[in-house]
Ligand binder design. Structure first.
Ligand SMILES: Cc1cc2nc3c(=O)[nH]c(=O)nc-3n(C[C@H](O)[C@H](O)[C@H](O)COP(=O)(O)O)c2cc1C
Length: 400
């Protein structure tokens, strides 16, 4: 499932739930979609157009006759869209759509659609239960439209019933499913490393780092969903294994190195998202280290771990496969460090992100750095970022 890079028109009609369209637009943006909004006149009574201008960067289309639009704005909007979602869809919009009417910007855009149209109805339960609304929904389904919700729950007046707008995240999931990408990694083998490494000091203590593993797990999940055979080499994290993914659990940098080395030659792509410890304790005590009363400070001697990505980059030599994708997590000079890493490790792509942005969270702000240049992606969910990275991988794999 992905909305990364997708162009979505959100049609907002005049119901109480129009305020939730704001959250939907934000959610679509978080998932990597570009969003344009079209509102009915009635919708503008429920939610301010300027709110959508603020979160999409451009004013919503409201008036079909606005002289500011050069040409036919409904044709332009519908041609731009990979999908149109009407949320909330009022009883009135469903009726007008079912009748094929085009008497405002939203309806005209829907009628011009060459892409999937998804309605998220919201209304009082007797409106939803009326024979005419049921007829209109049946007609729209027969015409090829899709529906998400409504759901049962508390309605605007406090009554409980069927007619509540589906949650914005569920609407976004439904769009995701509608726009599921092709299996563009089918036949490919993707090796992903994820999480931290733990370097043991003694049987109960270790040196670790704050990596949660979420980015690597998102990459493995998305690569598998896109058809790849995926092996996920995971440091110590408690995340569930994504469906269809082979998981190899490791603990230390050296274990991770061995697991990746063993699988490297069979892979088409290695995505190295693990936060591998640069150093490990020179010795690991077999017994628990004791506090000595007469010793104020304890000095740990550390030795360097293998640089896995650099070693695999060198091993690949002049070959073009496996593709190598690395991550650069920095606290300063982010892009300069990422560019240096690209060259030093002989990687094809470095995903550069600032330590303050992504550690442990579900979102990240990343810039993709390659020999061709830099591409800032803005704030995305890790899942959307995973898809954006895999989009670049697919494009590179297609090159001879
Ligand atoms: C306070 C208020 C709340 C309304 N809420 C809804 C609603 O939740 N769902 C709905 O279908 N219509 C609702 N309506 C009726 C629509 O606003 C009305 O049918 C309007 O013509 C819809 O225009 P549109 O479909 O072009 O946006 C509401 C009306 C008012 C005054």
């Amino acid at each position: 499932m992905t909305l990364s890079g997708k162009q979505i028109v959100v049609g907002v009609a005049g119901g109480i739930a129009a305020y939730k369209a704001v959250e939907l637009v934000r959610e679509l943006g978080r998932r990597g979609a570009s969003v344009r909004v079209v509102m009915t006149q009635a919708a503008t009574r429920f939610v301010g157009a300027v709110t959508f201008t603020g979160i999409t960067g451009r004013p919503p289309v409201i008036d079909l006759w606005d002289p500011a639009y050069a040409g036919e704005v409904h044709v332009e909007l519908a041609s731009w869209a990979h999908a149109i979602v009407v949320a909330p869809a009022t009883a009135n919009v469903l009726a007008r759509s079912a009748a094929g009417m085009a008497d405002d910007a939203l309806l005209a855009t829907v009628l011009c659609a060459a892409c999937p149209v998804l309605y998220a109805p919201a209304m009082f339960h007797r409106m939803w239960g009326s024979a005419s609304t049921a007829r209109n929904v049946t007609q729209l389904r027969a015409d090829g439209a899709h529906f998400v919700g409504p759901v049962s729950g508390a309605l605007a007046n406090g009554e409980i019933g069927m007619g509540r707008l589906a949650e914005p995240s569920d609407i976004a999931d439904a769009l995701d499913a509608l726009l599921a990408p092709s299996l563009d990694l089918e036949g490919r083998t993707v090796l992903v490393s994820a999480g931290p490494t733990h370097e043991d000091l003694d049987p109960v203590r270790f040196l670790g780092n704050k990596s949660s593993g979420k980015m690597g797990f998102a990459l493995a999940e998305r690569a598998a969903a896109r058809g790849a055979r995926v092996c996920l080499v995971a440091g110590p994290v408690a995340l569930p294994t994504p469906a269809g993914v082979e998981r190899v659990d490791v603990r230390s940098a050296r274990e991770m190195d061995a697991a990746l080395e063993a699988r490297f030659d069979d892979a088409d792509v290695l995505v190295m998202s693990a936060a591998v410890a640069d150093y490990r304790p020179e010795t690991t005590s077999a017994e628990k280290l004791k506090k000595a009363e007469d010793r104020e400070a304890l000095v740990l001697r550390l030795v360097q771990n293998p640089d896995i990505l650099a070693a695999l980059g060198a091993r690949r030599g002049e070959r073009r496969r496996p593709l190598l994708v690395g991550f650069a997590l920095e606290t300063q000079d982010l892009l300069a460090n990422a560019r240096a890493k690209l060259a030093k490790k002989r990687a094809d792509l470095i995903v550069a992100n600032h330590a303050m942005d992504g550690l442990g969270t579900d979102e990240n702000v990343a810039t993709l750095v390659s020999a061709e240049g830099e591409e800032a992606l803005g704030r995305l969910t890790k899942r959307a970022l995973a898809d954006a990275i895999l989009d670049r991988v697919v494009a590179r794999l297609a090159q001879p």
